[in-house]
Every structure is written in structure tokens, then in C-alpha cells.
Design a protein around this ligand. Structure first.
Ligand SMILES: C[S@@+](CC[C@H](N)C(=O)[O-])C[C@H]1O[C@@H](n2cnc3c(N)ncnc32)[C@H](O)[C@@H]1O
Length: 257
């Protein structure tokens, strides 16, 4: 090949990015308050309109810089059931769901509800409190799942297409059955039209104590999950959906509360 016919040299491909170990990891030891802002930073753009529909004591938000997001807090304890939200269809960028994850905390009668005695703090923090506080749904663990699934169906209504749903949960052994709640939620939410975009494991930093151990049958849970879902638009396949950036609309257009 002479000079005139020689092919031009190929442009060298330049790789972007920089080497770093400062990446968000999928497993963390610590508490909700430290991990939650990192999940938001990775999956929800600043300025997003986010409803936290089981706000509780707002622990998730303790380390989130004020004003970074537009937050709509609500909770059954303050009169809003996460299964019937006061927001318009498709009006929210993101939604946070952290209902009671143990069936014992959802029992309708106060006398048989879990979290008595040494677990009183847990009961105050996690259950809605009050007689018949979280009515409806099936028995035992099914009550937990029913609440998650009904709340997710409502989340799907109020989220815009490609909106983000962050779900906190923990597996439980209930009525001598191993219930992998996080798997059940991923499966159930796929049927509702949610793509499982990410999963975080949170490990308790301290060892859980056991008051009366006769014979251990299952591993004692010392971890929980944050699951991050994305709303697949109606008519699109969850199985074929790919992670997609959430582009915010101009402020003011996304409200509907
Ligand atoms: C695990 S706590 C949430 C803690 C919260 N993420 C925080 O950072 O403080 C569970 C909350 O779910 C609320 N809850 C229970 N059933 C509910 C329902 N059907 N709708 C809305 N909130 C509910 C309880 O009142 C309780 O505050």
C-alpha cells in the first residue's frame, strides 16, 4: 500500500472516568440513617419530589442534607394509609416504603401483637400503634406481604413512568416457616410492573441478644434490605426493561398532592 492509499490511522479510543475506591457498595454494616442518603445519591437526582409514606420518626432522613430533595412525609400514625395516598396519578419522582416487616407487629389485637416487654421499643418504632392500626390483609406473614404489595400497587399509581420506589424490608421466620420477604417482594413487584434496579444489604453492627433459646433452628437475622425499583411504563416488558436515568421535569409540574 503506498502513501496515497494507506488507510488513516484509527482514532485511539479514550476511556473516560477515573480510578477510585469511593463507590457505593451493595453491603453495609451500620444503620439506616447512614446508608439511606447513599442510596438516594446513587438513584434519585437532587430536586426530586419524594414521598416517604411510612415516615415514622424520619430516621432515614437524618443525614440527608436539608433541601436536597422535595420530601412529602406521611404515615398511618398521622392519618395517611400508604395504600390510599392523597397524590395524583404519575405525580411523584420517587417513593419510600418501610412498613412493619414482622407479622407479629401487624396483628390487629394489641394483646397479641408482637413487641411486648423487652421489645417495646421495637413495637413503638415499627408498628402503627393503637388497636386495629393496620387492618386488612391475610394472616401471619401473608399480612406483611399483603401490606407491601398493596402499598406498591398504590406507589405505582402515584409514580411517574421510570419513577423510583425504595423499599425497606427484612426476612422473617414466622409460624416455623422461613419467609424470604425480599424475594417475595421482588417477585410480587415484577408482577405489578416494577423492575428491580438495585439491592442493598444492611448488617446490624451489634449482635442481637436472645432472651430464651431452647434449640436454634434457623439463622438469627442480623441483616435487612433496601430494594430499589423502577416503574416500567404500562405496556412495556419488565423482563426486557433496562436501567434508565430518571430525568426530572421542571419543578412545579410534578406536584399533585
Ligand atoms: C419501620 S417504621 C418506619 C420507620 C421510618 N422509615 C423511619 O425512618 O423512622 C414503620 C412505620 O410504618 C407505619 N405504618 C404501618 N402501617 C402503615 C400503613 N398502612 N400506612 C402508612 N404507614 C404505616 C408505622 O406507623 C411506622 O411508623
Amino acid at each position: 500500500m503506498d502513501e496515497a492509499t494507506e488507510a488513516p490511522p484509527r482514532a485511539r479510543r479514550v476511556q473516560g472516568g477515573s480510578a477510585t475506591a469511593d463507590v457505593v457498595l451493595s453491603a453495609h454494616a451500620g444503620g439506616n440513617a447512614a446508608l439511606f442518603p447513599r442510596i438516594l445519591a446513587l438513584h434519585v437526582p437532587p430536586g426530586a419530589l419524594i414521598a416517604d409514606v411510612t415516615y415514622g420518626q424520619g430516621v432515614f432522613w437524618q443525614q440527608v442534607p436539608e433541601g436536597l430533595y422535595r420530601v412529602l412525609p406521611s404515615d398511618l400514625a398521622t392519618g395517611t394509609d400508604c395504600r390510599a395516598l392523597p397524590y395524583a396519578d404519575g405525580s411523584l419522582d420517587a417513593l419510600v416504603l418501610d412498613p412493619p416487616y414482622m407479622e407479629g407487629l401487624l396483628r390487629p389485637k394489641s394483646a397479641t401483637r408482637g413487641g411486648l416487654g423487652s421489645h417495646a421499643g421495637l413495637r413503638t418504632y415499627y408498628a402503627a400503634g393503637g388497636e386495629g392500626a393496620a387492618p386488612g390483609g391475610g394472616r401471619w406473614h401473608q399480612a406483611v406481604l399483603d401490606l407491601y404489595l398493596a402499598a406498591a400497587a398504590e406507589a405505582r399509581r402515584v409514580l411517574r413512568d421510570h419513577g423510583i420506589l425504595i423499599v425497606k424490608c427484612q426476612d422473617e421466620v414466622s409460624a416455623n416457616r422461613q419467609e424470604l420477604t425480599h424475594v417475595q417482594i421482588v417477585t410480587g413487584l415484577a408482577e405489578l410492573g416494577f423492575y428491580a434496579r438495585d439491592l442493598f444489604v444492611l448488617v446490624r453492627p451489634n449482635r442481637p441478644g436472645v432472651a430464651r433459646l431452647l434449640r436454634q433452628v434457623h439463622a438469627r437475622k442480623n441483616h435487612s434490605y433496601f430494594l430499589v425499583f423502577q416503574k416500567v411504563p404500562p405496556g412495556q416488558s419488565v423482563a426486557r426493561y433496562r436501567t434508565r436515568a430518571l430525568i426530572l421535569r421542571a419543578p412545579g409540574l410534578a406536584t399533585g398532592a
